[in-house]
Design a protein around this ligand. Structure first.
Ligand code: SAH
Ligand code: SF4
Length: 422
């Protein structure tokens, strides 16, 4: 959204810090390494700012909602012009104006979220490319998983009005976008704050009704997941057959300590219902290893759950204590080596499941929406099949924006190689 708004102001992007007149850091606080990365990048810019006194540097996002890092940044990086958080992001243009007037450092971090501001004709969606875009459907989170900083940095859950979401998708479609990804921390609790019965399944149905080519969504929360969503997925061919359903752990004891509001069995029941109803759906997840007090037995429960779900892919993380969260104060006596060793064992299993899933695709025909030149090989063009699997084919830029039938000829853990077959 912010990148797009800067482009609307007439700015041009550069990959080269040295050339930039304006630098904006949008920060993530979800794990400690993201925060450390920010300090490293600010250090790099510091050298440039010394040579270029007019350089405008702004820092925003989740890290700015935390007291300590903001103090650290202000003490160590005096060249910054603007600091704002997640709660007043809608007022970005006003913030820019105020900070230009202030001519020194301008800080505006709000502890509570403002009401969602929608401007007629405003184009707020995050753009991935000219072809695919992110559309926010809800902000914030009320779940308070004990390891997670999001409820503190993003505030309480607020849903955008369905008319605004549908209007935005229609506008994107008109502009030639082919895919939207609906975004929320818990998409399936969409609309709970409206107090009527309008739910995520209804919204998905309405967005599918716009006729845009491809719709994806992330992230559903298992215990809020309503099987009505399966019906909508089955009904509309433009809702893509993939589901990212974070499980975090396969152990009931750990799930409870994480304050995840489902049991292993409830999660598996959803997965079995999914596989039965929509056998073609590609299932992925998020898993945390080394949560405080996780035993070998708990970890084995996670491995066995992965085997049972036969995930097509997963994001795996080592627990990172976040300041102010309950889990950061829990007793954690698992040595780091043990956590890393578990992480590697999990990764080996996930990679073998992903490879197995990719191998099954060889010889099949998949519909691929091409997005860009391959990052690995400039003679190849990359896109995604309907399941969300990355596919590379030999070709030129004229393929970008097209959906073509592709015969898969080779599989790797994270991608497929194919040839056009239509
Ligand atoms: N709202 C989504 C995910 C948000 S964060 C959900 O509930 O699933 C994305 C992922 O980051 C989470 O699913 C979790 O696996 C991981 N994560 C969040 N906090 C973490 C922490 N403190 N340490 C390690 N991983 C974490
Ligand atoms: Fe964090 Fe997701 Fe839990 Fe919300 S539901 S607290 S965003 S992990």
């Amino acid at each position: 959204m912010l990148r797009h708004r800067l482009l609307l102001l007439g700015m041009k992007e550069t990959d080269d810090f040295e050339k930039a007149d304006f630098v904006l850091f949008n920060t993530c606080a979800i794990r400690e390494n993201a925060e450390n990365h920010l300090y490293g990048e600010l250090g790099r810019v510091k050298g440039i700012a010394l040579k270029k006194p007019d350089l405008f540097v702004a820092v925003c996002g989740c890290v700015m909602q935390e007291e300590k890092p903001v103090r650290y940044i202000l003490d160590h990086f005096g060249f910054i012009s603007l600091v704002f958080g997640t709660n007043n992001i809608d007022a970005f243009y006003d913030l820019l104006e105020e900070s230009l007037k202030a001519k020194g450092l301008y800080v505006d971090v709000r502890s509570a979220p403002e009401a969602i501001v929608e401007t007629e004709g405003d184009d707020t969606a995050g753009r991935q490319s000219r072809i695919t875009a992110f559309v926010d459907i809800a902000y914030g989170c009320d779940k308070f998983c004990t390891y997670c900083i999001v409820p503190y940095t993003r505030g309480k859950e607020r849903s955008r009005k369905k008319e605004d979401i549908v209007r935005e998708v229609l506008m994107l479609k008109e502009k030639g976008y082919r895919q939207v990804t609906l975004l929320g921390q818990n998409v399936d609790s969409y609309g709970k704050d409206f107090g009527d019965n309008y739910a995520f399944a209804d919204l998905l149905d309405a967005v599918a009704g716009t006729g845009i080519d491809r719709i994806r969504f992330t992230t559903p929360y298992p215990s809020d997941f309503n099987e009505k969503v399966f019906d909508v997925m089955a009904k509309h061919p433009n809702v893509m057959p993939s589901l990212h359903l974070p499980v975090q752990s396969g152990s009931d004891i750990v799930l409870k300590r994480m304050n995840r509001r489902y049991t292993r069995k409830q999660y598996l029941d959803i997965v079995h219902a999914l596989r039965e109803r929509l056998p073609d759906v590609y299932l992925t997840t998020d898993i945390i290893v080394g949560f405080p007090g996780e035993t070998e037995e708990d970890f084995l429960d996670t491995l066995s759950l992965c085997e049972e779900c036969r995930y097509d892919g997963a994001f795996t993380f080592i627990f990172s204590p976040r300041p102010g969260t309950p889990a950061s104060r829990m007793k954690d006596d698992t040595p780091d080596e043990v956590k890393h060793e578990r992480f590697e064992r999990l990764k080996t299993l996930i990679d073998s499941l992903s490879e197995e899933s990719a191998k099954k695709m060889v010889g099949t025909i998949q519909e691929v929406l091409f997005e860009d030149v391959s990052k690995r090989d400039t003679g190849m063009i990359s896109g995604y099949d309907r399941h969300g699997k990355l596919v590379h084919v030999k070709g030129d830029l004229s393929l970008v924006g097209q959906t073509r039938k592709v015969r898969i000829v080779e599989s790797h853990t994270y991608s497929l190689i194919g040839v056009i077959d239509d």
